[in-house]
Design a binder for this molecule. Sequence first.
Ligand SMILES: Cc1ncc(C[n+]2csc(CCOP(=O)(O)OP(=O)(O)O)c2C)c(N)n1
Length: 692
Amino acid sequence: MAQLALKNHERNSPDHRIDWRRVAYLVHLSRALDEMEEKRLVPEKKVLYQFSARGHDMAQILLGTQLTGLHDAACGYYRSRPLLLSLDVDPADALGSAMGRAGGYSDGRDIGVVFNYPNRSGASALPMCGGVGAQYTPTAGWAQAMKYYATTLGREEYTRDIAVVLGGDGSVASNGFWAAVTAATTQALPMLFYIEDNGFGISVPSTAQTPGGNIAANLASWRNLAIFDGDGSSPAEAANLVHDAVSFVRRERKPALLRLTVPRLEGHSFQDTQTYKSEETVRREWARDPLPRLKDFLVPAVMTMEEWDACESEAREAAESACARAEGRPVADPSTVTRHVFFDGDMQAMGGQHPSGYVPPAATDEPEMSGPRINMVTAIRRTLEHEMAINERVVMFGEDIGPKGGVHAVTLGLQEKFGNERIFDTSLSEEGIIGRAVGMALAGLVPVPEIQFRKYAEPATEQLNDCGTIRWRTNNRFAAPIVVRMPGGFFKCGDPWHSQTNEVAFVHQPGWKVAVPSNAEDAVGLLRTSLRGNDPVIFFEHRAMLDHAWARRPYPGDDFALPFGKARLTRTGSDITIVTWGAMVHRCEEAAEGFSADIIDLRTLMPWDREAVLASVAKTHRCLIVHEDLEAAGFGAEISAVIADKAFTDLDAPVSRLTMPDIPSPHNPILLDWAVPSTERIAKRIAEILEF
Ligand SMILES: Cc1ncc(C[n+]2csc(CCOP(=O)(O)OP(=O)(O)O)c2C)c(N)n1
């Protein structure tokens, strides 16, 4: 591949398939915006975060000119504004967002350099993240969705579309980069890794990111990855390499990596004075400025000097007009800032199945009570099977969920039924699993990733967090509704790795709904609602309940769906309210024998049914919260705080919590039994509260 690139690079006159006048105009526009920020808007404190794209600009714009697929998508990073301009984003949106004004990419919620651009008539820009490396796996997910639409669903209109990710030389050391390279190359995804190597990650040289400093050279022997490498400051070479790399991915439906060396002509950000660079380094960087090179390349071959000057003036005027329009925008009404954490009926422009007119089938919360009692594993499998059968957008993936059927056997037999494009095993990378799910959701699919055990969601923490905030930070332009199935909690024994619950961590991450079913019937209802819904969901499958006799229920029917935020009152009584969920519901029921208790199974923690709890406490005047998760900052703390706040005068006793002590789950069953709230200890605590 490198050889092919060199050959093309010998073509050093302007390639007439490229609209060079537009390229020149956009480079001038990008420079004018950078200069305006550096000289006026940042010193005047109208723009608070500025990352100059000078030096990176020309090659990015050449890349943008190649994104001609109707469903192409690119995900950039904070230095990617030139690409955005080349996708025809209004510069007033770019500047207005940098100023944090109303409208634009995020209505003032996110920094202006972190952008997004939903586009139904051409290439889109996927929601960017502030975290370096976080852009990679969602882009792999978009590429996977293109493949899925074209190959699995046979949709002709997706056969040439690709995904492009932009990253700096520092980002190639990130987990996300490697997760995406592995996913794209093991699954042959139409994805271009576009690496802008400016030699520094803030101040750290690229030799600290990859040995020798050249990621393209180091990946030369990586299987299934075409490598292109060259000078991003040379107009001819950059144009040819970008064209060849993009065409390769489009044509071959395989991944490629294009590394272009570019000079970073300014500091990392406005505040960076670059004292770590020698004068000689700075001089050499400026000698590689692509703008004068572009001029020499195009004048007179493509345009006259007068036309070049006119192009620059036109770009400067456009930048001034954009600035005036941006400054004319107000700041968003602060009271709107709590909107768009979740879907509220106002449809996002892109992401998930709902924007393209999906109407969920009719559903009921009345279960069909006939049929044998089935365990939670079978109930979940049956629900997945039905929803996959009626909805071709549902795709499942994770570790060992294919031929093995999952380590908990939930997906047993499903790959045989639906094929290995709709249910597949992934590389062992949770960031890869969740990030790709995000990208697939952005492209309109309904991804259902499985995390093998709760604890192993940790490598995906960044992707989970960023997924939850997509709707909010793009001000409802994008959303990524995915359903993450995740088993956890104790089983026959405990241990620090397979047994934690820690559901509360997801409640604390904006944008996630959290389901914690205690039995087969609720699992069916909540899973179905999740798969048909328009928000990301953590669906928690308790290991101890998957095959527990108490949790077995008749299959409630293919139309059974339960609303989130609606608790189930499993027993009624008058003396105490017991609030619980998951594996503790069964123990609370046993413990409450002989007492007159309301037992509330919350079923979902985000949202949670405050009304049911407060109404019950108003009746019983006493409350015990039982959960398996740790006490400190567990979800019980939230419930007690709400009761203290809203029902203080109703109480005849302090609100009490019975939980695991603040320790990891112990392995030996005797130690575990001591740590997890047992029926006996719950009963004892109930008696104590009643005696208070
Ligand atoms: C996960 C993460 N770690 C650290 C940072 C802080 N940070 C922002 S940019 C940057 C350097 C990135 O360099 P590179 O990828 O080469 O891109 P460049 O800025 O040179 O274009 C760092 C360390 C971050 N944003 N995210």
